[in-house]
Design a protein around this ligand. Structure first.
Ligand SMILES: Nc1ncnc2c1ncn2[C@@H]1O[C@H](COP(=O)(O)OP(=O)(O)OP(=O)(O)O)[C@@H](O)[C@H]1O
Length: 201
């Protein structure tokens, strides 16, 4: 599904990723741990083609659908949640209102609310960001610090949704400082220039 070989990324003279390789077959649930500035967002942006590698290759399965939450997702601030989600999903012709309403319900977000996105709280905005990353049932889902701003109950719901998506065959990569023990990870990596695989029990 994804094959990253000898990836290097420099910003001017600052090297962030060095000789990074990663091979995904599909249906992995991966945790990437890295300190601030280790390059978690940079790696995800490279996978999504938002950034170009300095050298190395990223090969993806043909027509791979990728859903991503990276840093602050861009929304149409003067529009409602429903408008934003419909707009984003319609870009790929993947609008499934029933599934989106289900996700909103699970996260206690009112899909039909007339509130504009600019008035959402940090946690509400984060939930909207998670929903837009998974609502098209994308094969590969990249989530950068997904639980930022979420309360304990919402984190619990998030873990359930992720485990369920994994059971359904999706491949998910979560980059975060905090390890979430309720998520049934298949692989744990530390990011320090390269990805170092952690031995799991
Ligand atoms: N567009 C850019 N131009 C210059 N430097 C950049 C750029 N984007 C990222 N960097 C640098 O690359 C390094 C990695 O940044 P990145 O945002 O990928 O880290 P991160 O692991 O996601 O950090 P955090 O945990 O704080 O979110 C940082 O030193 C950052 O300053």
């Amino acid at each position: 599904m994804l094959d990253i070989k000898d990836l290097n990324k420099d910003f001017h003279k600052h090297t962030v990723l060095q000789h990074l390789s990663l091979h995904l077959e599909g249906n992995e649930l991966i945790y990437i741990h890295g300190i601030n500035g280790s390059g978690k967002s940079t790696l995800f942006k490279l996978i999504c083609d938002i950034l170009k590698p300095t050298s190395g290759t990223i090969e993806k399965k043909k027509d791979l659908q990728i859903g991503a939450l990276i840093e602050n997702p861009g929304f149409l601030e003067n529009e409602t949640l429903a408008y934003n989600l419909r707009f984003l999903a319609s870009l790929n012709n993947h609008y499934d209102q029933q599934y989106i309403e289900e996700l909103c319900q699970q996260f206690h977000l009112d899909f039909h609310s007339r509130m504009k996105l600019k008035n959402f709280s940090v946690g509400m905005r984060q939930k909207a960001g998670i929903i837009q990353a998974i609502m098209e049932k994308q094969e590969l889902i990249l989530l950068d610090e997904p639980t930022r701003g979420l309360d304990q109950e919402s984190i619990h719901i998030f873990c359930q949704i992720i485990n369920q998506l994994h059971q359904q065959g999706h491949t998910i990569m979560i980059a975060a400082h905090d390890y979430l023990p309720d998520i049934h990870y298949t692989h744990i990596y530390h990011l320090e220039g390269q990805l170092y695989l952690d031995e799991m029990d």
